[in-house]
Design a protein around this ligand. Structure first.
Ligand SMILES: [Zn+2]
Length: 309
């Protein structure tokens, strides 16, 4: 075995780089967030009414109860356009609950019952939701781990919404974004945030986040802040500052915007040709499409937003 001589030569340089001016140690743990993503996929489909949904609800409840200062669970029944009655739950993990200055991060934890991507012609089976559902939830859980160990000065609410992806976005508008609409109408006293960031489909291996247009329209200063903080954290290659190039989406942020919350959507929504991803709302939204590295980048930026205060 031969010791590589180049490594020795560069050793003093490496040591110098660890001294003054070095970036602070990384707080967010991408690999452990990825394990949270894998666990969710292992529960099976998280469709309201399914056993996977019930298993994930119990898991979120116990994880968050151990980590948050206060856990608020909103439970209610939603009657769909077809007349089905769904038992739904939002989880609100509150950190520093007495703080009047607060930020709100949210993600949906349910998954879609049918594959209905307009460019997909296969069986309309449920969506596994490795990216659409599990990725944003995994980032929020990773943040909860950090805040338990090293509390924030600002108040932080991590909101896990249910029933985002249940119904038809065109024909049954009350059967989508159900949890965020419920939250908007049942806000906790003193929980009004300075701003809110939705994390949706943030696990793609080839992650590219362009400002979403409804976010730019309703809360441009929050888009500016998030993309600036991402750039300062060295993630300008993922958080691409290209206003107007992004999608326009109906997503949970819209329900919060309706009640005056400055909410934006951080989302990767593209095809390989640059317009939309091909496995979205198909059976191919699986583990091989997502990575710990992407969760790491998004988690780093979310933590940097918290640590500004
Ligand atoms: Zn979806």
């Amino acid at each position: 075995m031969k010791w590589p001589s180049t490594a020795l030569r560069f050793l003093p340089l490496l040591l110098a780089a660890c001294g003054e001016g070095a970036p602070p140690p990384r707080e967010f743990d991408g690999p452990s967030a990825f394990r949270y993503l894998e666990q969710q996929v292992a529960f099976g489909y998280r469709i309201p009414g399914s056993t996977g949904h019930a298993a994930q609800a119990a898991w979120l409840d116990s994880l968050l109860r151990e980590r948050a200062d206060t856990l608020v669970v909103q439970r209610w029944r939603h009657v769909t356009q077809k007349g089905d009655s769904l038992a739904l739950s939002n989880f609100i993990a509150r950190f520093n609950p007495a703080a009047t200055e607060r930020v709100l991060f949210l993600a949906h934890w349910d998954t879609r019952p049918i594959s209905d991507n307009p460019r997909y012609n296969g069986p309309r089976t449920p969506v596994p939701g490795a990216n659409d559902g599990a990725s944003g939830t995994a980032v929020l859980l990773g943040i909860a781990d950090v805040l338990k160990k090293a509390p924030a000065r600002v108040g932080v609410d991590l909101l896990f919404v249910d029933g985002e992806d249940y119904g038809n976005f065109e024909l049954a508008k009350n059967d989508v974004l159900i949890g965020s609409r419920y939250y908007a109408q049942h806000q906790l006293p003193g929980s009004r945030p300075l701003y809110a960031v939705l994390f949706d489909m943030v696990g793609d291996k080839d992650l590219k986040l362009l400002p979403e247009n409804q976010s730019l329209l309703a809360a441009p200063e929050v888009v500016d802040l998030v993309w600036r903080v991402a750039k300062e954290a060295g993630h300008a290659a993922v958080f691409v500052d290209s206003p107007g190039a992004g999608p326009t989406l109906i997503d949970d942020h819209a329900e919060l915007q309706k009640v005056g919350i400055r909410a934006i959507d951080v989302v990767d929504f593209k095809y390989p040709d640059g317009t939309q991803n091909l496995y979205w709302h198909t059976p191919a939204d699986t583990l091989d499409k997502v990575s710990a590295q992407s969760l790491q980048v998004v988690g780093d930026v979310a933590l940097a937003l918290i640590r500004r205060h």
